[in-house]
Write a protein that binds this ligand. Structure first.
Ligand code: ZN
Length: 292
């Protein structure tokens, strides 16, 4: 399980959500067999989705991040509920690139140029969709740019994944700190200065920092109150009922073809690899609900 903490400065001008997503990204790596650089890219997007999702108000709401670049990994998709429980998929999990000239994972090279689309399903008919060009492809900057340009929310975002020699996830983490409307100049200046010298968030988690220590590193002299501590996870929402709906939605003709040609169907969930099998009898039953 991940560990998430939300805090706010005592003056009420700056909030922060911090997530240790090591377990979440480890699970994603196992499920999707991601390469080293893909684990870093996918892990950052999953962490960002969880952080943004945890800001949603009700359990009916969900948020979907789509990072659609022209790089070798293809599209990266991550979906989170309002508790930060997250699931995801990427087009080419095996794609990889050598380390960049700074000796870091070449996440922006793997992602390429393109767009970040954020859709929020707020339980209404039409989901809210915001879209920005990727400014760096490193994800964290792209998230901050999205929040500013689409939601008029000034923020700072950090995301990081550290991977061991055996390709396991040593640490994954991130935070989003939001400048709220009542922020004082002192609060804003303090945060800006702290962020100039702060060490990478994944290094803090690797060095066994508590989540409150990470908040202290960002807030420094600003006193704060912890609002909430939770344990989001990599969690899929698939079920046989959902797969039935998917089969029904392909229409009578397609279903008939499956029944006549294969006599059965097997659907694999792209988020968690769960396999759902349907017998001929089950498919024929679904046929009754399908429209042509
Ligand atoms: Zn699933």
């Amino acid at each position: 399980m991940g560990r998430m903490l939300k805090a706010i400065t005592n003056k009420g001008g700056v909030s922060i959500t911090v997530l240790d997503s090591t377990d979440i990204v480890s699970k994603a790596r196992e499920l999707h067999s991601t390469s080293m650089t893909a684990t870093a890219a996918f892990g950052r997007v999953l962490t960002a989705a969880s952080l943004l999702g945890s800001n949603l108000k009700t359990e009916k709401e969900s948020i979907t991040l789509r990072v659609m670049g022209d790089g070798p990994i293809g599209d990266i998709i991550a979906v989170s509920d309002n508790l930060g429980n997250v699931r995801g998929v990427c087009s080419n999990p095996n794609a990889d690139l050598p380390l960049n000239e700074k000796g870091k994972f070449d996440v922006s090279g793997l992602v390429g140029k393109g767009i970040l689309a954020v859709s929020k399903d707020l339980g209404l008919k039409e989901p809210y969709i915001g879209q920005v060009d990727l400014v760096s492809g490193e994800i964290a900057e792209d998230i901050a740019f999205y929040l500013l340009s689409s939601e008029q929310q000034p923020s700072a975002c950090a995301l990081g994944v550290r991977i061991g020699k055996d390709l396991s996830v040593e640490a994954a983490a991130g935070y989003i700190t939001r400048i709220l409307p009542d922020a004082t100049d002192y609060e804003i200046d303090t945060i800006e200065n702290n962020l100039k010298t702060i060490i990478p968030v994944s290094s803090m988690v690797k060095s066994d920092y508590e989540l409150t220590d990470i908040v202290k590193a960002v807030f420094n002299s600003l006193e704060f109150t912890v609002l909430e501590e939770t344990n989001p996870d990599y969690l899929c929402t698939c079920s046989k009922t959902r797969m039935e709906k998917a089969l029904i939605s392909i229409g009578k003709n397609e279903l008939n073809e499956i029944i006549n040609v294969d006599g059965k169907a097997e659907i694999v969930c792209r988020f968690c690899n769960s396999v759902y099998s349907f017998s001929k009898i089950e498919l024929e039953k679904l046929l009754e609900s399908a429209v042509s």
